[in-house]
Design a protein. Structure first.
Length: 381
């Protein structure tokens, strides 16, 4: 298969309503989409990345420039005959988290177009040792007012979803009110995690401890910033109180993962395709965590379209040993998608493999055009 053209789009995906969390206001999602055209019949494949300055340090504009540099790399596979042509290219790149959203979009598009050429789903490009026939997603609640949060909770309860993640901020009072609403709806049924996005300091984390115990929070995701020296003190306090710390923004590369394991403060890892650079790099990290005996969850970035949700579904199905699955929320969050159908889940969060070649979803080219902002980067061999 010979690639004839590659395009990179900056897209702004509008939310159904403002969806803030501790580090962003959340009016829309600024993502990048890669389109690859290959073969004599103009076969197309697509991939998506979600650059977030507070996660990998890459902005949307920088992601497009990184896509340009990756494509112009001397080893870039303009001719793809097998999956190893793609993975070999990725393996020679530096382990730098700042290129990961761009690399995720590019790798996914390459795999998508290769799968379409062969008429097989992308899940078949990877080992099936941990393959699941279906997975169950949990519910994720953004920072919101009490009425909106309660409505989210009731929707999830009606769908019989009991694994819950809630975004929290710096306000102890607001966090308490939110936890009270969640426990009021789910009582003792909810398996509850909170996601701090690294906005607490040591004092605020310790101040929250009685609250976390009272409302039976099992897991705290990224309480402090990635380089905060007080994380060991917070980790010890959480561990004494039976609360597991999960790393997120602290672990965006293989180097990050090795550093985290050596330090021993985090006992679990949040795995997200875009922050880790796509399926090949992510599955290598997952294998490393398995060997180290560390549990993990498969999750997503706020504002993924159906493209990245589909890729996340493939990752989840390849990891039946994940403790939690968060994702496929585009039907619940986005006012307009760039796939013809949203990628979502059913009762109890149940989700199955997507049928069809490549990612298993079809792009809506009209929506892609409508949601594109600025110029489209177009490159040829």
């Amino acid at each position: 298969m010979e690639i004839s053209q590659i395009k990179a789009y900056k897209v702004a995906l509008p939310f159904l309503m403002p969806i803030p969390h501790a580090l962003t206001k959340g009016l829309h999602s600024e993502n990048v989409v890669v389109e690859i055209i290959a073969g004599g019949e103009g076969l197309k494949g697509y991939g998506e990345g979600t650059p977030r300055k507070y996660v990998t340090g890459e902005t949307q504009d920088e992601a497009v420039e990184n896509i340009r540099h990756l494509i112009r790399h001397p080893a870039f596979p303009w001719k793809v005959r097998k999956v190893s042509d793609i993975s070999s290219f990725i393996d020679i790149l530096p382990d730098e988290k700042k290129i990961n959203p761009a690399l995720c979009a590019l790798e996914t598009a390459l795999l998508d177009v290769l799968g379409r050429e062969r008429g097989i789903n992308m899940v078949n490009f990877f080992p099936h040792e941990f393959l699941a026939s279906k997975i169950h997603y949990g519910g994720a609640f953004p920072l919101s007012n009490g009425k909106t949060l309660r409505e989210y909770c009731l929707i999830m309860k009606k769908m019989d979803i009991r694994k819950i993640k809630m975004k929290v901020g710096k306000s102890l009072k607001k966090n308490q009110q939110a936890l009270e609403i969640i426990r009021g709806v789910f009582a003792d049924e909810g398996d509850l995690k909170i996601d701090v996005n690294g906005v607490w300091d040591k004092e605020l984390a310790l101040l929250h401890l009685p609250l976390l115990k009272e409302y039976r929070v099992k897991i705290v995701e990224q309480p402090l910033g990635p380089d905060d020296p007080d994380i060991s003190l917070v980790a010890e306090a959480m561990d004494r109180n039976g609360i597991v710390l999960m790393a997120d923004e602290s672990t965006c590369s293989f180097k990050d993962m090795e550093k985290m394991v050596e330090a021993g403060n985090y006992k679990m890892v949040n795995i997200r395709l875009s922050k880790m650079g796509g399926l090949h790099k992510t599955l290598k990290i997952v294998d490393y965590l398995r060997k180290k005996g560390l549990p993990f969850q498969i999750a997503c970035h706020l504002g993924e379209s159906g493209l990245l949700s589909a890729a996340g579904r493939i990752l989840g199905l390849l990891c039946r040993d994940a403790l939690y699955y968060d994702g496929s929320y585009d039907a619940l969050l986005l006012k307009q998608n760039i796939t013809r159908e949203p990628v979502s889940f059913g009762l109890r969060g149940e989700a199955f493999p997507l049928t069809g070649p490549g990612l298993g979803v079809e792009i809506n080219e009209e929506s892609l055009s409508q949601l594109t902002v600025g110029q489209v980067l177009t490159l040829t061999p």
